[in-house]
Design a protein around this ligand. Structure first.
Ligand code: NAD
Length: 510
């Protein structure tokens, strides 16, 4: 049984998907798949609603966001119940990573967008007779496509940023967790967001592909590298901007002077929270020889304390999309066949009813193993012993991914130095993951982990066109560079060039 599978088409012939809880396998009902006509209708409605929405002030748009916080706080249990039914996450984890972070994002942008997107007037270094004004204009209609691992916050967060900037949004959440994605629409409906400003279209890859072709002005995509490539190709054909937040294979570097208790707990949290289904999960550990045994012992001990389950109090939940179990098992099998040792876990959890894989620690791993090369997206922590920090760094960078990374040392300066040398969009020193939750922090990847940044000032500006307005300050009948071109004009320009960049005083002034 899959958590999402084709159901019989309705009497009107429309495609339907049947859903189930990955932790308990309880049925969750069916959804109707939005087709290309539905998507086009949502985009048209958004196009009509957007100008009035953009005409509101930041404070007026912000008030909708602040009202949404109140609804989230009041109805958190109801929202959590839906989220847990589709994902099998521990309640505390879903509260912290989906609901609390949503409140923070809503408040952050409601309060700060006005300042971040305010017009800026800049004095010019050369053309003193002009001034430059930079204004941020909404793009129009933004299409947002999201994955299943954090189905609420990854759908809500870009939606909030796009909306506060004055865009209308058509959101297509993952078919694995459509009910959690739909909550974003329900939340904004509850605060009276004007009709059409936000539509949620449910469906699978076909619905996502239809959104790419629907005439939207930007795509904010979060998902796998394979789909990201298709999204980029289509956006390229339509010449519309896209941000691609894709997969990762995040390295952890443990230096000899690290606080090993903290590092071991950090490794366990970084690898096993959300059952390892986090784009910024710790997926590879490089620990220097001197402390490798002690670090590994502590990691195994911490791992043995984790409680896995489907109900009550537990730490590690289900595998949300059962196909992921095949990847996880394949990585463990491949590693073991090539000489890795299983120090904890290593198999599906037979005591849990649904899809579960035990938190797994591997040692004696080598860099040619799939578990060190490809994204696992599951609760697997491979630990590799290295001779030096330099070797750790070289191996950390020996990957086609570059999303996040973490470095552990008591010497914060050294930690920052190492962080600068890791090829990734984000790095954390003496903590893990985090960056997506630090609202100020631009988040995104390099290499195959993606293009562009979300969150913070940079992310918010990414939902706007930056328009430059250059204003003449003095007037006058003509400008020195305008027609006619004469020999005298050439001499004048040459004199100006020599004065400005041919002398040290000129260079200092310019
Ligand atoms: P996925 O690429 O299979 O699906 C993501 C979304 O794209 C879904 O809504 C899906 O329906 C849609 N889609 C599928 N085919 C499409 C197509 N041809 N055109 C348009 N849309 C299409 O990814 P997934 O399995 O849902 O998510 C897991 C992946 O997401 C992992 O690789 C993970 O690392 C990554 N991820 C990245 C971030 C980040 O911020 N960098 C965050 C979370 C997850």
């Amino acid at each position: 049984m899959a958590v999402v599978e084709r159901a019989e088409a309705g009497p009107d012939g429309r495609r339907r998907l049947r859903l189930a809880n990955p932790a308990t396998l309880a049925p969750l009902g069916e959804i109707e798949v939005a087709d290309a006509a539905d998507v086009r209708a949502a985009v048209e409605q958004a196009r009509k609603a957007q100008p009035d929405w953009a005409a509101l002030s930041f404070d007026e748009r912000g008030r909708y966001l602040e009202r949404a916080i109140r609804v989230l706080i009041e109805r958190q249990d109801e929202f959590l119940d839906t989220l847990l039914s589709e994902t099998g996450k521990p309640r505390a984890e879903a509260l912290a990573t989906e609901i609390l972070t949503a409140c923070d994002a809503l408040q952050f942008y409601a309060k700060r967008a006005k300042r971040i997107l305010a017009d800026r007037t800049l004095p010019l270094h050369l053309m003193k007779t002009k001034k430059l004004r930079i204004v941020y204009r909404p793009m129009g209609v933004v299409g947002i496509i999201t994955p299943w691992n954090f189905p609420f916050i990854l759908s809500l967060n870009p939606t909030v940023q796009a909306l506060i900037a004055g865009n209308a949004v058509v959101l297509k959440p993952s078919e694995v967790t459509p009910l959690s994605g739909r909550l974003v629409g329900e939340l904004f409906a509850a605060v009276g967001l004007p009709e059409g400003v936000l539509s949620v279209v449910l469906g699978d890859g076909e619905t996502g592909a239809a959104l790419l072709e629907s005439g939207v002005d930007k795509i904010a995509f979060t998902g796998s590298v394979a789909t990201g490539r298709k999204v980029a190709e289509t956006c390229g054909r339509h010449l519309i901007p896209c941000t691609l937040e894709l997969g990762g294979k995040d390295p952890m570097i443990v230096c000899a002077d690290a606080d090993l208790d903290r590092a071991a707990r950090g490794a366990v949290y970084g690898a096993f929270s959300n059952s390892g289904q986090v784009c910024t999960s710790t997926e590879r550990v490089y620990v220097v020889d001197e402390v490798a045994d002690e670090f590994t012992r502590k990691v195994v001990q911490e791992t043995s304390r984790l409680r896995q389950g489907a109900e009550g109090e537990f730490d590690v939940g289900a595998i949300i999309r059962p196909q992921q179990l095949d990847v996880i098992e394949d990585h463990v099998r491949d590693a073991v066949a090539r000489g890795a040792r299983v120090m904890a876990g290593g198999r599906r959890n037979p005591e849990c009813p649904g899809y579960f894989f035990e938190p797994t620690v591997l040692t004696d791993v080598t860099h040619d193993m799939r578990v060190m090369q490809d994204e696992t997206f599951g609760p697997i922590l491979p630990i590799m012993r290295v001779r030096s920090e330099e070797e750790a760094l070289a191996l950390a960078n020996d990957t086609r991914y570059g999303l996040n990374a973490n470095v552990w040392t008591r010497n914060k300066r050294r930690g920052t130095q190492l962080a600068r040398q890791i090829d990734s969009g984000c790095v954390v020193v003496n903590d893990c993951m985090l960056t997506y939750g630090v609202t100020e922090s631009p988040f995104g990847g390099v290499k195959e982990s993606g293009i562009g940044r979300v969150n913070g000032e940079l992310g918010l500006k990414g939902f706007c066109h930056t328009r430059s307005i250059v204003i003449d300050r003095l007037g006058g009948k003509s400008e020195p560079i305008w027609f006619p071109y004469t020999a005298r004009k050439i001499k004048g320009l040459q004199r100006a060039m020599r004065a400005l960049w041919g002398t040290s005083l000129g260079r200092w002034l310019s």
